[in-house]
Design a protein around this ligand. Structure first.
Ligand code: GLN
Length: 471
């Protein structure tokens, strides 16, 4: 899609201004129902688009993303405008600088339409935890869009943006991609700079794209994967995903985690995944059953470590440096009131859990222990990847669930992450692509499948995903 639009811009079949206006119009028509955007920068987007049009008129070459409208999750700091992270405490927050990736995209001439809705500080699986209301699934508006990057997924699925960015700490790109029937990729930890991304859990967070096709994902990844001196975990991007993109299935060795196709998974989802496995075999892939010892502890490790890192990262929102100051008698009151009024229930729950897990006397028993188990899980993945090229799993246990369906017990929602979280625990790259549909009444709800690769092997993931996509 991006390539075709680029071609249309270059051949002057359409101007970037016209294209941008189409998307702005779509947002206007749809946002009151779906609630995918928290802010739209009409003026900025059009100004950028006109600049690109001028460049084209002047016969200058333009890049693939130049003049193409996109959206970012509202936990990416941007200098012009507000960055809320889906929280009341940052309702009026103006960041002093641009997120690194957004800055790079600005230079590349991409047209930023606006910022999308999310679970508060990215904590959630359904975008029901946003202080600014739930995001609805465009395929069935009684259902969630997934989370935490629900707004970014809906923006793409509903044609309110050509592509978008989200962040994935435990599945927040792959889950909404699966629920909305689009492509979402979580790169290897360290591929994309986190500087200027409001931190949830620093050793888990990773930025990645939502797109309509695997090819588009490769294009966006090439633009956003870069070394950034402000994030020491990043590496140089010395390959080109798009140039090396080709369908690959023959001769690939694909591992299937049988324990991920057990009783927790919807029968219809299992059927779809089994069909994909059959197709892969028929087309020359070698498919083997694998086990990753310890993987069942991933959720426990994840929620323990993530809550701990959350409690630490959230300390800065105290009503003084960050956040709205409430009227208070003294400094302690400022802290307490600001956090009490500014933060939602899920964020508070994780701060409390994490503070407990990190407290004196418990830190070694919980955080340190979880870190050790994380290392073990990583080692066990490493061993598996000596045997197979990729691992195939469902992305989620079922299709998008109904709004409110999983709200009575927070654990119900945590359990939904069982297939996505191990990837972040092990810092691996993974993609979710549409694998099929299940019918619910008159609606066809998309089901996603996940391909997980070894560290830094995004190319292999993209190439095999492309083969499945072409099927
Ligand atoms: N659902 C997971 C959580 O609530 C993932 C969140 C994320 O990836 N940002 O922690």
């Amino acid at each position: 899609m991006i390539k075709e639009l680029h071609q249309k811009l270059v051949s002057k079949e359409i101007t970037s201004e016209e294209l941008t206006k189409q998307y702005l119009k779509r947002i206007k028509e749809r946002n009151s129902e779906l609630n995918s955007f928290l802010s739209v920068d009409e003026k900025g987007a059009l100004a950028k688009a006109r600049k690109v049009d001028k460049k084209i008129a002047d016969k200058k070459e333009i890049g693939l993303l130049e003049g193409i409208p996109y959206a970012v999750k509202d936990n990416f700091c941007i200098k012009d405008g507000i960055t809320t992270a889906g929280s009341k405490i940052l309702e009026k927050y103006k960041a002093p600088y641009d997120n690194f990736v957004v800055g790079q995209l600005k230079k590349a001439g991409a047209v930023l339409l606006g910022k999308t809705n999310l679970d508060e500080f990215a904590m959630g699986t359904s975008t029901e935890n946003s202080a600014f209301g739930v995001v609805k699934n465009p395929i069935d508006t009684d259902r969630v869009a997934g989370g935490s990057s629900g707004g970014s997924a809906v923006a793409v699925a509903d044609d309110q943006a050509v592509w978008s960015l989200g962040s994935d700490t435990g599945g927040s790109i792959r889950c909404p991609a699966s629920f909305c029937g689009i492509v979402g990729i979580k790169p290897t930890y360290g591929r994309v700079s986190r500087s200027g991304l409001i931190a949830m859990a620093s050793s888990y967070d990773q930025i990645g794209p939502f797109t309509k096709s695997v090819e588009d994902a490769a294009i966006v990844l090439d633009a956003i994967c870069q070394k950034d001196p402000r994030d020491n975990t990043t590496v140089a991007h010395n390959t080109n995903f798009l140039n090396n993109l080709k369908p690959e299935i023959e001769g690939k060795k694909i591992g299937v985690l049988r324990e991920f196709l057990g009783d927790d998974v919807d029968e219809k989802v299992k059927k779809i995944i089994e069909e994909k496995i059959k197709w892969a075999k028929k087309n020359g892939a070698e498919v083997v059953d694998i086990e990753v010892p310890g993987i069942k502890h991933s959720l426990a490790v994840y929620y323990l470590m993530v809550s701990s890192e959350v409690s630490s990262n959230m300390a800065r929102f105290d009503g003084v440096k960050y956040g709205t100051t409430s009227e208070s008698k003294n400094i302690l009151d400022t802290y307490l009131n600001s956090r009490e009024k500014g933060l939602g229930a899920e964020v508070k729950r994780r701060i409390i859990l994490g503070t407990y897990a990190l407290s004196a006397g418990y830190k070694d028993a919980y955080y340190k222990k979880a870190q050790q188990v994380r290392d073990l899980i990583k080692q066990n993945f490493r061993k598996v990847f000596e045997e197979v090229d990729l691992i195939l799993t469902p992305t989620m246990t079922g299709p998008a669930f109904k709004i409110g369906e999983k709200n009575s017990n927070p654990l119900d929602l945590y359990l939904v992450d069982i297939f996505t979280v191990p990837v972040n625990v092990a810092m691996l790259p993974a993609i979710s692509i549409k694998a099929g549909f299940v019918e619910e009444g008159s609606k066809k709800l998309p089901i996603g499948m996940q391909l997980v690769g070894p560290w830094w092997q995004e190319q292999s993931i993209l190439n095999t995903a492309l083969a499945f996509e072409k099927n």
